[in-house]
Write a protein that binds this ligand. Structure first.
Ligand code: ATP
Length: 336
């Protein structure tokens, strides 16, 4: 039995499709090697499960997930299932139902052509903006077709995302940048700016900045060292984080956390990459993104020292070899 100083965390594991189960197995191996006690329960969800019996994420399964401390997800989606079905039915449903209102993505690396390392985090609002499905279509299929897709922004949504960003900045270099397009998106931009400044007033130790999203794209490539914590809305965050991954070592390293900082339910942790059906079973999948996502989970579960050891091992690893070889090296490194 584990000593009382090392609590056992109850984790729901959704390996998913393609390389998802391969990289998740390595992530778990590394976390356990770091001395973190896990009680694991597998959930068979994703494209393959949907093709077998039609379940994407039933209300009953969702209720079971609510009882865990965290959810660790590999990747979901198969080429046989039309795009959007699993994303909406599983990933977006979890985000909305479990109120995973913060998407946190760390970026550490050296941008192509640069010699200076960067280390910043994007906090993306995860439940609002154009992703809520507001809008509709009229006269579809005719030359008079009209489609609208509204962007929903609430004070509560913007305020709580900003608050999380400032709280995180207090544990880092104490700088938060708001990214939006306030000069054109005047209604949503105004709400975000006021929410940002209202929260900033509570954190006088934290310096602030503002970038339009188009300028931020340039800085991501040319001067990412300027950033510590960035907070932005759902759509800008979706796009900016792909760019962040591209200047920080690529898809094999990009990790993410979908957080419910209020802790009214479990948070969910997943690598940014997809199920990569082109390399499944070949051993070519780099598990580092999954391992780093698991490090975010370990951090959120209150085991900061173990998370730091996992991150340090990933930073020192050459990233070469098979999925199992990389996982094995990382496990050996964190075990000391
Ligand atoms: P999705 O829409 O689910 O994101 P996708 O096909 O657009 O799917 P990925 O599944 O992430 O995106 O794959 C994109 C490319 O990156 C593929 O060539 C894949 O082999 C490669 N890739 C993805 N993840 C990894 C990884 N962990 N290690 C190595 N290569 C990867």
């Amino acid at each position: 039995m584990a000593p009382s100083s090392t609590p056992t965390h109850r984790i729901a594991v959704i390996g998913g499709d393609g390389i998802g189960p391969e990289v998740t197995a390595e992530a778990i191996r590394v976390v356990q090697a770091a001395g973190v006690q896990l009680e694991l329960t597998d959930f068979d969800l994703g494209g393959s499960r949907y093709l077998r019996d039609g379940e994407i994420l039933s209300d009953e399964t969702l209720e079971r997930l609510r009882g865990f401390d965290a959810i660790l997800l590999g990747a979901v989606g198969t080429p046989e299932v039309p795009p959007g079905v699993i994303e909406r039915g599983l990933l977006l449903k979890m985000r909305f139902e479990l109120d995973l209102y913060v998407n946190q993505r760390p970026f550490v690396g050296t941008a192509p052509g640069s010699t200076v390392a960067h280390d910043f985090v994007v906090i993306r609002e995860n439940t609002e903006g154009p992703y809520v499905g507001e809008g509709g279509v009229l006269r579809k299929g005719t030359v008079h077709e009209v489609a609208t897709q509204g962007s929903v922004n609430t004070w509560m949504g913007a305020e709580r995302a900003c608050r999380y960003a400032f709280e995180l900045a207090m544990t880092r270099r104490r700088h938060v940048t708001l990214v939006h397009k306030t000069n054109v998106l005047t209604f949503a931009g105004d709400l975000w700016q006021r929410a940002f400044h209202a929260v900033a007033a509570e954190f006088p130790q934290v310096a602030t900045a503002y970038n339009h999203v188009d300028a931020a794209c340039i800085y991501f490539v040319q001067d990412p060292q300027r950033y510590d914590v960035i907070v932005t809305d759902n759509l800008f965050g979706d796009i900016l984080t792909d760019l962040g991954g591209a200047v920080s070592g690529g898809i094999g390293l990009a990790s993410s956390a979908n957080l419910n900082p209020a802790r009214t339910g479990p948070s969910m942790f997943e690598p940014v990459h997809g199920s990569a059906p082109d390399i499944v079973g070949t051993g070519k999948a780099n598990p580092t993104a999954a391992v780093l996502s698991a490090a975010l989970m370990v951090d959120f579960l209150g085991e900061g020292a173990a998370a730091e050891r996992i991150r340090a091992a990933c930073a020192a690893d050459p990233g070469t070899g098979t999925t199992r070889q990389i996982g094995g090296r990382l496990a050996a490194a964190v075990a000391g």
